[in-house]
Each structure stands twice: as C-alpha cells, then as structure tokens.
Design a protein around this ligand. Sequence first.
Ligand code: HEM
Length: 163
Amino acid sequence: MSLSTQQISLVQDSFKNVEPISEQAAEIFYATLFEYDPALKPLFKGDMKEQGRMLMATLKIAVNSLTNVDSLVPVLQKLGVKHVTYGVKVDDYTPVGMALLHTLKTGLGDKYTPELETAWVETYQLVADVMRTAAYPDFNPETYQNIKSYPALHGEAPPAKSA
Ligand code: HEM
C-alpha cells in the first residue's frame, strides 16, 4: 500500500490541528484504548502523561516522514521489536489503531472528513505493518486478519478495524 501525495498532505495538515491539543488527545487516546481492550491496561507501567507525550512525539516523526518512508522504516522496525518486550501482541495493533482514529475524530470534529479518515487508516496500517512484520516472524500483512471483536463506544457504530 502506498499513500498518494494528496493523502500525505491531508494527514500532515490534520496533525497540525491535533498538536495544540496533544495533551487532551493523548488522554482521549488512552481512555478509548482501555475501553476497547481493558486487558491492555497492565502493559502500561510508566507515567501516562509522559507516555502520551512520547506517543505524540513519535506520531509526529512518523507523519512528517511520510514523504520519505525509507528513512522511517528502520526506526519503526526497531520500535516494533521493542514493543514485543513490552508484552504487545500482534492483535493489539487493532485497538490502538481504532483508538487513534476515535481520537482524531473527537479532536478534529468537522475537519474529520471521510477522505481524511481513509488517509489516516492507510497511514496507520503502513506504520503498523512495518512494526508487526519486523516483530512477529509469522506476520504476513497480505493474509493477516484479527478475528477478535471490540465493543462499540457510547452508542457509536462499531468501529472500523484499521489494522
Ligand atoms: C503506531 C504504532 C505505535 C507507536 C508509534 C508507538 C510508540 C511508542 C513509543 C514512542 C513508546 C516509548 C518507548 C519506546 O520508544 O519504545 C512506546 C511504548 C509503549 N507502547 Fe507503543 N507505539 C505504537 C503501538 C503500540 C501498540 C499497538 C501497543 C499495544 C498495546 C503499544 C503499547 C506500548 C507499551 C505497553 C509501551 C511501554 C509503556 C510503559 O513502559 O509504560 N504501543 N510506544
């Protein structure tokens, strides 16, 4: 999968709107993630504020590097392998992706268009696939399917699985 130049611009511009509210965005993200999958809570042992800052900083690097994916790949490969030591399993990328999309939707309001959603789904899939391919020897992005189901939030339609 590859992102078009227009999709890259959409994602980069939308992230600029998230940056000023990154602290709230991080809070929404983790609250949503633990609603989707409470079993992930014990994996996070550090300070959640600091964790939120790191998540946003890494997303920023990823988003800014979309025009130069080659430079991003080795960083993501290392990050994926490191996540195995945190106890992260291959299926856990799904609720993380859903929580990310929910956060963007909540934070961006009207600016969250269907085109933007597609561009973010593809961005997250790209990042998650590089991380998972490096981390799990049996992972094949062509055939992988997460068969787990995740709850719908507060009367929302069941979330699209983004990875
Ligand atoms: C786009 C994908 C992701 C990005 C960019 C990302 C980014 C990060 C970063 C930057 C750190 C800080 C430490 C480090 O550099 O290793 C981290 C730690 C961590 N991440 Fe991720 N992550 C991603 C996906 C996930 C997923 C799918 C999970 C599954 C639940 C997860 C769970 C964790 C945990 C448990 C830690 C350690 C927290 C602690 O020690 O308290 N991450 N992540």
